[in-house]
Ligand binder design. Sequence first.
Ligand code: GLP
Length: 236
Amino acid sequence: MKRVDFDHYSQLSAAAAAMVAAVILENPAPVLGLATGSTPVGMYEELVRMHRSGVLDMAHVTTVNLDEYCGLSESHPQSYRCFMNRQLFSHVNIPLERTFVPNGMAADADAECARYDGLLSALGGADLQVLGLGHDGHIGFNEPAAAFTYPTHAVTLTEQTIQANARFFEGIEQQVPRKAITMGMGAIMLAKKILLLVSGGDKAAILAEALQGPVTPRIPASILQLRPNVTLLYSK
Ligand code: GLP
Protein backbone atom coordinates (compact mmCIF):
# COMPACT_ATOMS: atom_id res chain seq x y z
CA MET A 1 0.00 0.00 0.00
CA LYS A 2 1.24 3.42 -0.89
CA ARG A 3 0.42 5.98 1.81
CA VAL A 4 0.64 9.75 1.44
CA ASP A 5 0.02 12.07 4.39
CA PHE A 6 -1.10 15.65 3.87
CA ASP A 7 -1.27 18.62 6.21
CA HIS A 8 -4.55 19.82 4.78
CA TYR A 9 -7.76 18.30 3.50
CA SER A 10 -7.55 20.52 0.41
CA GLN A 11 -4.28 18.81 -0.55
CA LEU A 12 -5.79 15.36 -0.08
CA SER A 13 -8.68 16.43 -2.31
CA ALA A 14 -6.39 17.76 -5.05
CA ALA A 15 -4.26 14.60 -4.99
CA ALA A 16 -7.33 12.36 -5.08
CA ALA A 17 -8.76 14.29 -8.02
CA ALA A 18 -5.41 13.99 -9.82
CA MET A 19 -5.51 10.21 -9.40
CA VAL A 20 -9.07 9.99 -10.70
CA ALA A 21 -8.20 12.33 -13.57
CA ALA A 22 -5.24 10.14 -14.52
CA VAL A 23 -7.52 7.10 -14.83
CA ILE A 24 -9.94 9.11 -16.97
CA LEU A 25 -7.12 10.38 -19.17
CA GLU A 26 -5.43 7.01 -19.66
CA ASN A 27 -8.48 4.80 -20.32
CA PRO A 28 -10.65 5.08 -23.42
CA ALA A 29 -13.74 3.93 -21.47
CA PRO A 30 -12.95 4.30 -17.77
CA VAL A 31 -15.13 2.71 -15.10
CA LEU A 32 -14.96 4.61 -11.82
CA GLY A 33 -16.18 3.14 -8.55
CA LEU A 34 -17.36 6.09 -6.50
CA ALA A 35 -18.04 6.77 -2.84
CA THR A 36 -20.17 9.18 -0.86
CA GLY A 37 -19.72 10.70 2.61
CA SER A 38 -18.02 13.99 3.45
CA THR A 39 -14.45 12.85 2.70
CA PRO A 40 -14.65 12.77 -1.13
CA VAL A 41 -16.57 16.06 -1.41
CA GLY A 42 -13.38 18.11 -1.97
CA MET A 43 -12.22 15.62 -4.59
CA TYR A 44 -15.49 16.01 -6.49
CA GLU A 45 -15.15 19.80 -6.33
CA GLU A 46 -11.67 19.52 -7.85
CA LEU A 47 -12.92 17.22 -10.61
CA VAL A 48 -15.69 19.68 -11.45
CA ARG A 49 -13.07 22.46 -11.60
CA MET A 50 -10.89 20.39 -13.92
CA HIS A 51 -13.85 19.66 -16.14
CA ARG A 52 -14.92 23.32 -16.28
CA SER A 53 -11.42 24.45 -17.15
CA GLY A 54 -11.37 22.04 -20.09
CA VAL A 55 -8.80 19.64 -18.63
CA LEU A 56 -11.12 16.70 -18.15
CA ASP A 57 -13.61 15.37 -20.65
CA MET A 58 -15.80 12.79 -18.94
CA ALA A 59 -17.98 11.87 -21.90
CA HIS A 60 -16.72 8.28 -21.94
CA VAL A 61 -16.81 7.65 -18.19
CA THR A 62 -19.05 5.07 -16.53
CA THR A 63 -19.56 5.21 -12.77
CA VAL A 64 -20.71 2.65 -10.24
CA ASN A 65 -21.43 3.76 -6.70
CA LEU A 66 -20.73 1.69 -3.67
CA ASP A 67 -24.01 1.92 -1.85
CA GLU A 68 -27.43 3.43 -1.25
CA TYR A 69 -29.81 3.76 1.67
CA CYS A 70 -32.93 1.62 1.56
CA GLY A 71 -36.16 3.56 1.49
CA LEU A 72 -34.82 6.88 0.20
CA SER A 73 -36.00 7.92 -3.24
CA GLU A 74 -33.64 9.46 -5.78
CA SER A 75 -35.05 12.88 -5.01
CA HIS A 76 -34.44 12.63 -1.25
CA PRO A 77 -31.57 15.06 -0.56
CA GLN A 78 -29.75 12.48 1.57
CA SER A 79 -30.01 9.61 -0.88
CA TYR A 80 -26.64 8.78 -2.35
CA ARG A 81 -28.04 9.15 -5.88
CA CYS A 82 -29.04 12.71 -5.03
CA PHE A 83 -25.63 13.34 -3.40
CA MET A 84 -23.82 12.17 -6.53
CA ASN A 85 -25.99 14.28 -8.83
CA ARG A 86 -25.40 17.31 -6.59
CA GLN A 87 -21.64 16.86 -6.07
CA LEU A 88 -20.61 15.62 -9.49
CA PHE A 89 -22.99 14.38 -12.15
CA SER A 90 -24.95 17.58 -12.71
CA HIS A 91 -21.72 19.56 -13.21
CA VAL A 92 -19.82 17.33 -15.65
CA ASN A 93 -20.50 15.56 -18.94
CA ILE A 94 -20.76 11.95 -17.78
CA PRO A 95 -23.93 10.67 -19.49
CA LEU A 96 -26.41 10.23 -16.63
CA GLU A 97 -27.47 6.85 -18.01
CA ARG A 98 -23.85 5.69 -17.52
CA THR A 99 -23.99 6.48 -13.77
CA PHE A 100 -25.10 3.59 -11.60
CA VAL A 101 -26.19 3.60 -7.96
CA PRO A 102 -28.09 0.74 -6.30
CA ASN A 103 -31.83 1.38 -6.18
CA GLY A 104 -32.73 1.80 -2.51
CA MET A 105 -36.43 1.84 -3.37
CA ALA A 106 -36.47 -1.61 -4.97
CA ALA A 107 -39.36 -3.67 -3.63
CA ASP A 108 -37.18 -6.78 -3.69
CA ALA A 109 -33.77 -5.88 -2.24
CA ASP A 110 -32.25 -9.27 -3.04
CA ALA A 111 -33.26 -8.97 -6.68
CA GLU A 112 -31.77 -5.48 -6.77
CA CYS A 113 -28.49 -6.80 -5.32
CA ALA A 114 -28.36 -9.53 -7.98
CA ARG A 115 -29.13 -6.96 -10.69
CA TYR A 116 -26.31 -4.71 -9.44
CA ASP A 117 -23.83 -7.58 -9.39
CA GLY A 118 -24.82 -8.45 -12.96
CA LEU A 119 -24.13 -4.87 -13.95
CA LEU A 120 -20.75 -4.86 -12.19
CA SER A 121 -19.73 -8.09 -13.92
CA ALA A 122 -20.88 -6.78 -17.30
CA LEU A 123 -18.71 -3.70 -16.81
CA GLY A 124 -15.74 -5.89 -15.93
CA GLY A 125 -14.97 -4.17 -12.64
CA ALA A 126 -13.81 -0.67 -11.83
CA ASP A 127 -10.55 0.76 -13.16
CA LEU A 128 -10.37 2.72 -9.92
CA GLN A 129 -12.47 2.29 -6.79
CA VAL A 130 -12.65 5.27 -4.43
CA LEU A 131 -13.30 4.36 -0.80
CA GLY A 132 -13.91 6.28 2.38
CA LEU A 133 -13.59 4.78 5.86
CA GLY A 134 -16.37 4.53 8.43
CA HIS A 135 -15.63 5.11 12.10
CA ASP A 136 -16.24 1.41 12.73
CA GLY A 137 -13.90 0.44 9.89
CA HIS A 138 -16.58 -0.05 7.25
CA ILE A 139 -16.00 0.46 3.55
CA GLY A 140 -19.06 1.13 1.41
CA PHE A 141 -21.62 -0.10 3.91
CA ASN A 142 -19.78 -3.36 4.61
CA GLU A 143 -20.26 -3.23 8.36
CA PRO A 144 -18.27 -5.22 10.94
CA ALA A 145 -19.54 -8.80 10.89
CA ALA A 146 -18.56 -12.39 11.56
CA ALA A 147 -17.56 -12.92 7.93
CA PHE A 148 -16.79 -10.86 4.84
CA THR A 149 -19.68 -10.72 2.36
CA TYR A 150 -18.58 -10.73 -1.27
CA PRO A 151 -21.68 -10.09 -3.40
CA THR A 152 -23.76 -6.92 -3.29
CA HIS A 153 -26.04 -7.29 -0.30
CA ALA A 154 -28.56 -5.57 1.94
CA VAL A 155 -27.21 -4.63 5.37
CA THR A 156 -28.53 -3.41 8.68
CA LEU A 157 -26.43 -0.42 9.67
CA THR A 158 -24.63 -0.42 13.01
CA GLU A 159 -25.67 2.02 15.70
CA GLN A 160 -22.31 3.77 15.32
CA THR A 161 -22.89 4.32 11.60
CA ILE A 162 -26.42 5.58 12.19
CA GLN A 163 -25.10 8.05 14.79
CA ALA A 164 -22.22 9.14 12.54
CA ASN A 165 -24.54 9.76 9.58
CA ALA A 166 -27.23 11.50 11.65
CA ARG A 167 -25.41 14.80 11.05
CA PHE A 168 -26.54 14.73 7.43
CA PHE A 169 -30.14 14.28 8.51
CA GLU A 170 -30.21 17.51 10.51
CA GLY A 171 -29.51 15.58 13.68
CA ILE A 172 -32.85 13.82 13.58
CA GLU A 173 -31.53 10.37 14.22
CA GLN A 174 -34.91 8.73 13.65
CA GLN A 175 -34.74 9.72 10.00
CA VAL A 176 -31.49 7.91 9.23
CA PRO A 177 -32.40 4.76 7.34
CA ARG A 178 -31.57 1.54 9.19
CA LYS A 179 -30.82 -0.45 6.08
CA ALA A 180 -28.75 -0.02 2.96
CA ILE A 181 -27.62 -1.88 -0.12
CA THR A 182 -23.86 -2.10 -0.56
CA MET A 183 -21.41 -3.47 -3.05
CA GLY A 184 -19.73 -6.40 -1.32
CA MET A 185 -16.05 -7.09 -0.87
CA GLY A 186 -15.92 -9.04 -4.15
CA ALA A 187 -16.39 -6.08 -6.49
CA ILE A 188 -14.27 -3.82 -4.27
CA MET A 189 -11.37 -6.27 -4.25
CA LEU A 190 -11.63 -6.80 -8.04
CA ALA A 191 -11.09 -3.13 -8.86
CA LYS A 192 -7.82 -2.57 -10.72
CA LYS A 193 -6.77 0.18 -8.32
CA ILE A 194 -8.14 1.33 -4.99
CA LEU A 195 -7.97 4.87 -3.65
CA LEU A 196 -8.69 5.04 0.08
CA LEU A 197 -9.41 8.54 1.39
CA VAL A 198 -9.25 9.18 5.13
CA SER A 199 -9.55 12.60 6.69
CA GLY A 200 -9.75 13.39 10.39
CA GLY A 201 -7.71 12.55 13.46
CA ASP A 202 -10.80 10.79 14.84
CA LYS A 203 -10.20 8.04 12.26
CA ALA A 204 -6.48 7.55 12.98
CA ALA A 205 -7.03 4.73 15.47
CA ILE A 206 -9.43 2.69 13.34
CA LEU A 207 -7.20 3.27 10.32
CA ALA A 208 -4.17 1.95 12.20
CA GLU A 209 -6.14 -1.11 13.30
CA ALA A 210 -7.32 -1.72 9.74
CA LEU A 211 -3.83 -1.45 8.26
CA GLN A 212 -1.66 -2.99 10.96
CA GLY A 213 -3.96 -5.35 12.83
CA PRO A 214 -5.15 -8.76 11.70
CA VAL A 215 -7.30 -9.05 8.58
CA THR A 216 -10.73 -9.55 10.07
CA PRO A 217 -14.34 -8.94 9.05
CA ARG A 218 -14.71 -7.22 12.42
CA ILE A 219 -12.73 -4.38 10.81
CA PRO A 220 -13.90 -4.57 7.21
CA ALA A 221 -11.25 -2.22 5.76
CA SER A 222 -8.55 -4.64 6.97
CA ILE A 223 -9.28 -6.73 3.86
CA LEU A 224 -7.40 -4.08 1.87
CA GLN A 225 -4.16 -5.46 3.33
CA LEU A 226 -4.63 -8.45 1.04
CA ARG A 227 -4.28 -6.67 -2.24
CA PRO A 228 -1.79 -4.59 -4.23
CA ASN A 229 -2.54 -1.26 -5.86
CA VAL A 230 -4.08 0.49 -2.87
CA THR A 231 -3.20 4.15 -2.37
CA LEU A 232 -4.14 5.73 0.93
CA LEU A 233 -4.40 9.52 1.07
CA TYR A 234 -4.65 10.79 4.65
CA SER A 235 -5.07 14.19 6.21
CA LYS A 236 -5.77 15.06 9.85
C1 GLP B 1 -20.86 6.29 4.84
C2 GLP B 1 -20.63 5.70 3.46
C3 GLP B 1 -19.20 5.25 3.29
C4 GLP B 1 -18.28 6.34 3.75
C5 GLP B 1 -18.44 6.56 5.23
C6 GLP B 1 -17.53 7.61 5.80
O1 GLP B 1 -21.31 5.40 5.77
N1 GLP B 1 -21.50 4.61 3.18
O2 GLP B 1 -18.99 4.89 1.94
O3 GLP B 1 -16.95 6.00 3.47
O4 GLP B 1 -19.79 6.97 5.44
O5 GLP B 1 -18.09 8.87 5.61
P1 GLP B 1 -17.38 10.23 5.90
O6 GLP B 1 -16.43 10.44 4.76
O7 GLP B 1 -18.49 11.23 5.89
O8 GLP B 1 -16.70 10.11 7.21
